[in-house]
Design a protein around this ligand. Structure first.
Ligand SMILES: [Fe+2]
Ligand SMILES: [Zn+2]
Length: 469
């Protein structure tokens, strides 16, 4: 499916405006063509976003999904329940939601307790009395606020709707957690990705077309792979795309890196060898979230095709067929290392990176959140008990073979000006080998963006599109 610009917008969950902490003013701006597409002043949360946004590896980030505008919730009665240590709010829909005293005091929204321009809590934890009890509790129906007066005379006011969206009811908590996961991930094999690979034009993406940017970000979250087309065949396009999707993340290979075969290569990518399915920079504790690879000059002749596969899909196949190997790969780490010198980087540096990690990472529900594999930089030190050595290799082999299976592997030769943008913690990439000749040089430029910045941009763009008349 090549989603038309703008089509996805209507499918996306809306960002709820009612959850924001009052007072909030919109600070989202769009930079003109060629610049970062959407940024917030001083990184403040954009209008409509709650402070619930989470972090961590994989895709544990999202917007607040509201769907259809929620019916107005109003409190008909506030009961000071000293037995439970809560203020019980009785809503016009009949439900009762308790709010603990200490949480209410901690969540006071007055200018002394909540800083109105940084949108953050200024009340210090040492100012908080954990066993505090209200002096009085009042429901102000006209202002639709709960009013709590504390023993020292401090008065806190909470809008009903604000409280509703912070309910401690298990159902509400679960719903909020679900929203944090964002658009649902769709696992794919080759046939699925043949139908769903999104192609967007470079000029529209970096030129400030919000619908195109939104489509690209949404597909990156859901499928983990987007193809940008018709980029200029010059170095620099990767940085433009990176600053449009988020912020380019430098590594010891520089702000961006160039992939071309060269003598005395310090990385296998800089040879003409076949590159097996892998993720980049597995030796970083914080592996880059998204990678961009821009084909500036494609190899003429046989070879040089790019290969991609969905490692989340592959991991699920392993879990179904060989739960023993899945468990092993999810619990026993491999070590990765990258040691050398990068002479061409502006920072010209020696590097000595080592990190140990499991191939599969899961959340508390067992969902795959991150996969890491990279054969060339997998360390020769395997820090496992002897009896696990052979099964570890079995697991590696099974993972590799499934990634390379024709049913799973997407293979295509990038044209000059194509930029593959993919989830570096999910989608394996590689290339078929090729032969370098005098009149045939294969040159790519690559770069990285982290998920924090991608999701940040996604929330802002979603919100800006929703605010359009
Ligand atoms: Fe790579
Ligand atoms: Zn206060």
């Amino acid at each position: 499916m090549a989603a038309a610009a703008g089509r996805c917008v209507c499918r996306l969950p809306l960002v709820t405006r009612a959850v924001r902490r009052p007072p909030v003013t919109s600070r989202g701006v769009i930079r003109p063509l060629g610049a970062a597409a959407a940024v917030t002043d001083r990184h403040r949360p954009p209008v409509g976003l709650s402070p619930l946004s989470g972090g961590g590896p994989g895709r544990r980030y999202s917007v607040q999904a509201a769907g259809q505008p929620a019916p107005l919730h109003q409190v008909v009665k506030a009961v000071n329940n000293r037995t439970s240590g809560c203020v019980d709010l009785v809503w016009n829909f009949g439900s009762v939601t308790p709010f603990p005293y200490v949480w209410l005091r901690d969540s006071c929204l007055c200018p002394d307790c909540f800083h109105p321009t940084t949108l953050s809590r200024s009340l210090r934890i040492d100012q908080l009395q954990v066993d505090i009890e209200p002096q009085s509790v009042q429901n102000d129906g006209a202002a639709q606020q709960l009013v709590v007066t504390w023993p020292d005379g401090h008065v806190s006011r909470y809008p009903h709707q604000w409280l509703r969206e912070r309910s401690f009811a298990k159902r509400d908590v679960n719903a909020r957690r679900k929203q944090l996961d964002g658009p649902k991930t769709v696992l794919w094999d080759r046939a699925t990705m043949d139908r769903h690979l999104l192609r967007v034009d470079y000029d529209r993406l970096v030129g400030g077309d919000l619908a195109t940017l939104h489509d690209a970000l949404h597909h990156l979250i859901v499928y983990g792979l987007v193809l940008v087309r018709k980029a200029p065949t010059d170095f620099g396009a990767v940085e433009e795309i990176g600053e449009t999707l988020g912020h380019v993340r430098p590594t010891h290979y520089g702000k961006t890196f160039r992939v071309a075969s060269k003598v005395d290569a310090n990385n296998l990518a800089y040879t003409a060898n076949e590159l097996a399915p892998h993720m980049d920079l597995t030796y970083y504790e914080y592996m880059p979230g998204v990678q961009m690879l821009h084909c500036i000059s494609q190899h003429i002749g046989d070879g040089g095709e790019s290969i991609f596969s969905d490692s989340f899909h592959v991991a699920e196949v392993i879990r179904a067929r060989r739960p023993d190997l899945f468990h092993l790969l999810a619990t026993v780490p491999f070590e990765f290392a990258d040691i050398g010198e990068e002479a061409e980087s502006r920072s010209r540096c020696r590097f000595h990176k080592i990190h140990e990690r499991t191939m599969f990472c899961m959340d508390e529900d067992g969902n795959i959140t991150q996969v890491a594999t990279n054969n060339p930089v997998r360390s020769y030190r395997l820090n496992v008990p002897l009896e696990l050595v052979k099964p570890m290799y079995e697991g590696l082999r099974m993972f590799n073979d499934l990634c390379r299976h024709p049913d799973n592997q997407l293979t295509f030769k990038m044209d000059n000006g194509d930029v593959a943008v993919f989830n570096n913690r999910r989608v394996t990439h590689g290339r078929l080998g090729f032969t370098v000749t005098e009149d045939s040089q294969r040159t790519l430029e690559g770069g990285y963006v982290d998920w924090d910045d991608i999701m940040c941009r996604y929330r802002i763009v979603t919100d800006l599109l929703r605010e359009r008349p």
